[in-house]
Write a protein that binds this ligand. Structure first.
Ligand SMILES: Nc1ncnc2c1ncn2[C@@H]1O[C@H](COP(=O)(O)OP(=O)(O)OP(=O)(O)O)[C@@H](O)[C@H]1O
Ligand SMILES: [Mg+2]
Length: 464
């Protein structure tokens, strides 16, 4: 597509000259002898890529024109043409937001350069804005799928976390969405415009990790060159310490100091540097156990344990699976320019029954694969990988009992089903019987009775 340039000059021969030159350079042009005419051409639709403006016009001045142009399209680059004695005006125009100025008579090559630069800059600004808004929608809370009660609790903690700068600890199995949650908190906080920097603490040996986190001081003696660490790179923003449970004890000590004092020492440096960061840490490990085993520092744990997001594994929020399937189907079909596919009811049943040890990431990969490999518009069970396709042993199904097999003892089967319903309600309620009773719509008394009758063992929950 040709770039279109608006040229405004009351000097007809100058206008013609510029117009001819721009045509030669394959631009589209619209030429106006008055600003009144030019104004009629302006619209905030990005029709023009740049404006070339003669400063002195009979009906107004360049500064006024530029102001009016920017009211319509604040990012439209304006190139001002002035006489050689009007350098002050030129400088003032630049101050007021002109992209460039050129002295008349205009040198065609200079004009061409200025225009190319202006167009390039405008494109960069647009691209940047698009990327930023992409990030915003990608990490908007509502692009995180989950209508289950467990996820509602997660969203609630997340939105509180986004409003403050307190340290957040995200715990969850592999692939359960820890990083997604961390980014969402960052991009919904007042630090959104600042960097989100992630470090995987499990991926490297101790000395490398410390250099990575804290940076290296330049040393003239050893010829070591300076390197900025992630703490400094994240300044003003958020530092995401992924797999913090795998960090060595000695690095933990240094991280604790950085969090407490809000300052860091580069490796090989003796003067501390101030940093302003919000920490979000994540781990798939049970930190309480790691603490007992003396693998994780207690004081660091309490520093991190301010706002805690406990991400449930996917098998504990199966009711979220249909919405996720739909979300991933739409995404992968769009990415591959395919018409939107769907899954057959039987396929969805299998997807809901499977235990998902790899959690959402495994589900995501399964759908991506099915979209890519399955020919029909409605994905059948044969579009699923073997392990997902095969029915699990019925004992592993907590939701509904399999009716494919004949039942020989009705009372026992019903009892077993009842037991599973109560167990899963108890688990969701963190083993608080009153809450589970409320969820199931029974009285606490009858809940207590059923628990005894079914000999359900009550585990101690956090709330006890
Ligand atoms: N609730 C959700 N809604 C939509 N997509 C999700 C959700 N949870 C996770 N995902 C997607 O699943 C994938 C895995 O998530 P993520 O990388 O955040 O998990 P993780 O817990 O950090 O995994 P790991 O422990 O392996 O690092 C990502 O592509 C993420 O976008
Ligand atoms: Mg991760």
């Amino acid at each position: 597509m040709k770039e279109s340039i608006l040229v405004v000059d009351d000097d007809f021969s100058a206008l013609q000259m510029v117009e001819q030159f721009l045509k030669l350079k394959k631009y589209d042009t619209v030429s106006c002898l008055t600003f009144r005419d030019a104004k009629k051409e302006l619209a905030p639709d990005g029709r023009f890529s740049a404006v070339v403006l003669d400063y002195f016009m009979p009906d107004t001045t360049g500064l006024n024109m530029m102001r009016e142009i920017h009211l319509v399209d604040p990012e439209l680059p304006v190139i001002i043409l002035t006489g050689s004695r009007d350098i002050k005006i030129a400088v003032e125009s630049i101050k007021q937001g002109a992209f460039h100025y050129l002295v008349k008579p205009v040198d065609p090559d200079e004009l061409y350069h200025a225009l190319e630069n202006a167009i390039k800059t405008r494109k960069l600004i647009h691209e940047n804005r698009r990327l930023k808004s992409d990030l915003k929608t990608r990490y908007k809370f509502d692009s995180i799928i989950g209508g289950s009660g467990r996820m509602m609790d997660v969203f609630d903690v997340m939105s509180r976390a986004a409003r403050v700068r307190s340290t957040v600890l995200i715990m969850g199995e592999t692939g359960s969405g820890k990083e997604l949650i961390a980014r969402a908190i960052h991009y919904n906080s007042d630090r959104a415009g600042k960097p989100f920097i992630g470090v995987n603490c499990a991926a490297m040996p101790e000395t490398l990790l410390e250099a990575e986190l804290f940076g290296i001081e330049k040393s003239v003696a050893t010829g070591v060159s300076e390197r900025i660490g992630k703490f400094e790179a994240a300044n003003g923003g958020t530092l995401f310490l992924d797999e913090i449970g795998d960090m060595s004890l000695s690095t933990q000590t240094k991280v604790l100091r950085a969090i407490q004092e809000r300052e860091i020492d580069r490796v090989g440096s003796s003067h501390p540097r101030k940093v302003d960061i919000r920490i979000i840490a994540a781990t798939h490990k049970n930190l309480a156990k790691a603490m007992e085993a003396k693998e994780f520092r207690q004081d660091l744990f309490y520093r991190l344990n301010v706002i805690v997001v406990a991400l449930p594994p996917l098998r504990d929020r199966r009711e979220d699976i249909p919405a996720m399937v739909e979300h991933f189907l739409a995404r992968f079909c769009a990415e591959n320019n395919l018409p939107v596919k769907s899954v057959a009811p039987e396929t969805l049943t299998r997807l809901m029954e499977y235990d998902w040890p790899g959690n959402v990431r495994e589900l995501e990969n399964t759908i991506e694969r099915a979209v890519a490999l399955y020919d029909g518009a409605v994905i059948g069970v044969d579009g699923l990988p073997q392990n997902v396709r095969s029915r699990p042993a019925s004992a592993a199904v907590p939701s509904t009992p399999s009716l494919d097999e004949p039942v020989h003892d009705l009372d026992k089967a019903v009892e077993e089903f009842e037991r599973r319903i109560i167990l899963s309600a108890l688990e969701r309620a963190n083993w608080r019987q009153n809450r589970a009773a409320a969820e199931l719509g029974v009285t606490e008394r009858s809940m207590w009775y059923k628990i005894k009758k079914l000999r359900i063992e009550i585990k101690k929950g956090e709330g006890e």
